[in-house]
Design a protein around this ligand. Structure first.
Ligand code: GLN
Ligand code: ZN
Length: 769
């Protein structure tokens, strides 16, 4: 095909669409089913209606080829496990008794059986259920759901392309099943898995699918030669099948790197590549391998995981270049639209001027269609859209919201010295010891206390106007009183106010910072039926007023013991929000850091001697390619230090992270230069304590001794044993005693008892020193 006819054939498509429906109908139906109010038939009907509505909406918008199989009751990786028959032994009985209940048992567990583990889908905030595989795993094909959903779309008269998780990514995302040696490599099961994929492909072909998409996002991560060989083998085998649809192998979230030549050579009919952000490097890489002559290229030029309008002119330039590199070029979002909210026009509280800069799933669909039309018919055919897009981009670039001269002057003036505490740690530690006078093995908590029903009711009441601000604030004060008095009685050394005023650790701050937007309907699936509304970092960030000082001071006024100030760190603020795409992430982080620095300063000025800045997202935000780690960690750790380095040496800075695997960020943790770090460690038997100690970490550490992910109350003996394990690695002068994480999801009963045991354990071990 010449590049002119390649252009004329350009089509618009997407890989997936938000599942929840306009009013989160899916959440309601699934939760209703769990509670018993909704029957299985009704749930299935609701799901089918939601799928049909989404397809119709896509088709009406001009999408030429709609995805099928992207829908899920809970998670598409779990669906893949069902498709290949990889049901863990402990769930088999439930699945055989009832497929749907068995499916939810794998997702959520039951009274007797643990669910599959859940973890983040690459560097997004979507969570998938981790396949559990072992040398005994037998795969069997079940293409029912894929075939049914394809048939549903076909019945609507639509051209549909089933989308499956690819076999290599599926295995790379899996972990050894319980009881299987940790060294077991699921990829060794590839030869057993491929025939199952072959069967599903044949079934889809028989159902009428011309194309099937196999998603291989795991190939955008660093891959070993063995993994790349396995990829080559997988697609040689699948490509060599005779009874199969055309194969489109998709990757997204980053550039393919060494996997690109492997896939370009594979005997498949098309590739779908991401061309946004760091994945734009795919363009040169594709040219370097000689393009995809005679093949289909689906170009992900519209960012599928952020909320901003596309630069249509720039995308057309990319598409025009790609035309010379493939037999046919189609236009898509970079990844499934699952990661963005449904419709920006539903946001009535956002200034209409600013709302024009936003593109959620529906708006992105329109952009894709416009681009495909522009590619096929020339820019003249989309002149009006291009003009409107240019005007919107200009309004964003020229807006006072995105360019606040005061904020800009401040970030530009930041020096390396601003982001460092002037005194070395040892000097600070001495000053803090003198000021705080804490015992050895001091006890503390991570911040939040149980969020009671009354508290949530008060918050809802305030929103609905049933109670006024004064009444709400009285409620908060009462909670703080209770939390402080409990901690004093329990004998905790460094207290917290309990965070009762926070709905969420990011949103609470976003609401108070200028430049941050909240949405009313911007729901995005986090996992299963849990949806979140990430705030949007839209403009330059500044802090009009102190955000937490009043509550911390109130708590401090109730006690002589130190009350920790409690803030969310800059990296976590970025990680759990939609970020700006018109400036480097590090610049946005620096703006947030300066706002937090002011807050830290105000807390210190109000008398806080201990201030905690949480960074639970530091590690999960690591770029997918290790080549990008150093640059990320440089700005991330600088932002943390910038937030915390403006205080006197006797103010003790704490940080907190909730994970137990640290391999790749040990150095970064050191670079934060926090005086104290608390970490999750109860389940891993203090492993992180040993790791940090071995790495020569010089400051104080609080490895958690109370697993807050479970309602179980740890006994005094248990907590004491963990502390003694901790002492094998960390000297008593540097060991803290605390839970793994905040207590907001727990009940008061368990929390009381657990913290009393934790204090008793600290005393017991302290007395034995
Ligand atoms: N301070 C927060 C809390 O206790 C920390 C939460 C977190 O680490 N995710 O809730
Ligand atoms: Zn935590």
């Amino acid at each position: 095909m010449t590049s002119k006819s390649a252009a004329a054939a350009a089509r618009a498509t997407v890989y997936g669409y938000p599942r929840q429906g306009q009013n989160r109908e899916l959440k309601k139906a699934v939760e209703g089913y769990w509670k018993g109010g909704v029957g299985a038939g009704e749930l299935r009907r609701t799901a089918a209606e939601l799928r049909a509505t989404a397809w119709r909406r896509l088709a009406e918008a001009g999408i030429d080829e709609v995805p099928t199989g992207d829908f899920s009751y809970y998670d598409h990786v779990l669906d893949t496990s069902v498709m290949v028959g990889a049901v863990p032994a402990r769930h088999r009985a439930a699945v055989e008794a009832d497929a749907l209940d068995g499916y939810f048992a794998m997702a959520r567990g039951t009274q007797d059986v643990a669910p599959l583990e859940m973890t983040k889908w690459f560097d997004t905030n979507y969570h998938y259920l981790v396949p559990e595989l072992g040398p005994d795993t037998v795969f069997t094909a079940d293409s029912t759901r894929q075939v049914t959903e394809f048939a549903e779309a076909a019945a609507l008269g639509l051209t549909a392309r089933p989308v499956l998780v690819g076999p290599v990514t599926y295995l790379l995302l899996a972990k050894p099943a319980p009881g299987v040696a940790a060294g077991f490599d699921p990829l060794t099961l590839l030869d057993r898995l491929l025939p199952v994929y072959a069967e599903v492909l044949a079934d889809l072909r028989a159902a009428g699918a011309e194309w099937v998409q196999l998603d291989e996002p795991a190939l955008v991560q660093d891959r070993t030669p063995a993994e790349l060989n396995a990829t080559a083998r997988a697609y040689r085998d699948l490509g060599g099948l005779t009874d199969r649809p055309k194969l489109l192998v998709a990757s997204y979230f980053d550039r393919l790197g060494a996997a690109l030549p492997v896939l370009a050579k594979a005997p498949v009919e098309g590739l779908a590549l991401d061309f946004t952000g760091p994945a734009a490097a795919n363009l040169d890489a594709l040219a370097a391998v000689g393009g995809l002559p005679g093949k289909r290229l689906v170009a992900g030029v519209v960012d599928g995981r952020n909320v901003w309008i596309n630069d249509l002119t720039a995308s057309l330039t990319t598409l025009a270049t790609l035309l010379g590199l493939a037999g046919r070029v189609d236009v898509a979002a970079s990844c499934s639209l699952l990661h963005v909210p449904l419709d920006a026009t539903a946001e009535r509280d956002i200034d209409p001027q600013i709302a024009r800069w936003l593109a959620f799933a529906r708006q992105k669909t329109a952009e894709i269609v416009t681009l495909a039309r522009g590619l096929a018919k020339g820019t003249g055919a989309i002149a009006a859209e291009l003009a409107a897009n240019r005007a919107d981009l200009a309004s964003r670039a020229g807006s006072a919201l995105t360019h606040d001269p005061v904020v800009r002057a401040r970030t530009t003036a930041v020096t390396d010295a601003d982001a460092r505490r002037p005194q070395p740690y040892t000097e600070r530690a001495a000053a803090q010891r003198a000021r705080l006078g804490l015992p050895l093995l001091p006890t503390t908590t991570i911040g939040s206390f149980p969020q009671t029903g009354e508290l949530r009711a008060a918050r809802a009441g305030l929103r609905a106007g049933r109670i006024d601000t004064a009444a709400y604030e009285r409620r908060i004060e009462e909670e703080i009183r209770e939390v402080v008095s409990f901690q004093e009685k329990a004998g905790i050394d460094v207290l917290v106010h309990g965070e009762p005023e926070r709905n969420d650790m990011v949103q609470y701050f976003a609401e108070q910072l200028t430049g941050y937007l909240a949405t009313q309907h911007g729901w995005v699936q986090s996992y299963g039926t849990r949806y979140v509304r990430p705030p949007i970092l839209a403009g330059d960030i500044s802090r009009p007023e102190p955000m937490t000082v009043r509550w911390t001071s109130f708590a401090q006024s109730l006690t002589d013991r130190p009350v920790k100030g409690m803030l969310t760190g800059p990296v976590t603020m970025l990680a759990w929000s939609f970020v700006r795409d018109d400036q480097p992430l590090g610049e946005t982080a620096r703006q947030v850091a300066l706002a937090l620095r002011d807050e830290v300063g105000d807390l210190a000025a109000a008398g806080s001697s201990v201030i905690q800045v949480d960074e639970p997202a530091l590690r999960e935000t690591l770029p997918l390619r290790s080549a990008d780690h150093a640059a990320y960690l440089a700005w991330a750790t600088e932002a943390f230090r910038l937030s915390t380095s403006g205080v006197a040496p006797d103010v003790q800075i704490h940080t907190h992270m909730c994970y137990a695997e640290f391999g790749d960020v040990l150095q970064a943790i050191d670079d934060l230069d926090a005086d104290v770090i608390s970490l999750e460690a109860a389940r891993s038997h203090m492993r992180v304590a040993g790791e940090l100690a071995t790495a020569g970490y010089p400051r104080e550490i609080g490895p958690g001794v109370y697993d807050i992910h479970s309602p179980r109350v740890p006994s005094t003996a248990e907590a004491a044993a963990l502390l003694r394990t901790g002492l094998e690695a960390i000297p008593a002068e540097r060991l803290w005693v605390n839970p793994d994480c905040g207590l907001k999801t727990r009940g008061w009963g368990e929390v009381r008892e657990s913290l009393e045991n934790l204090v008793a354990a600290a005393r017991e071990v302290r007395d034995g020193l």
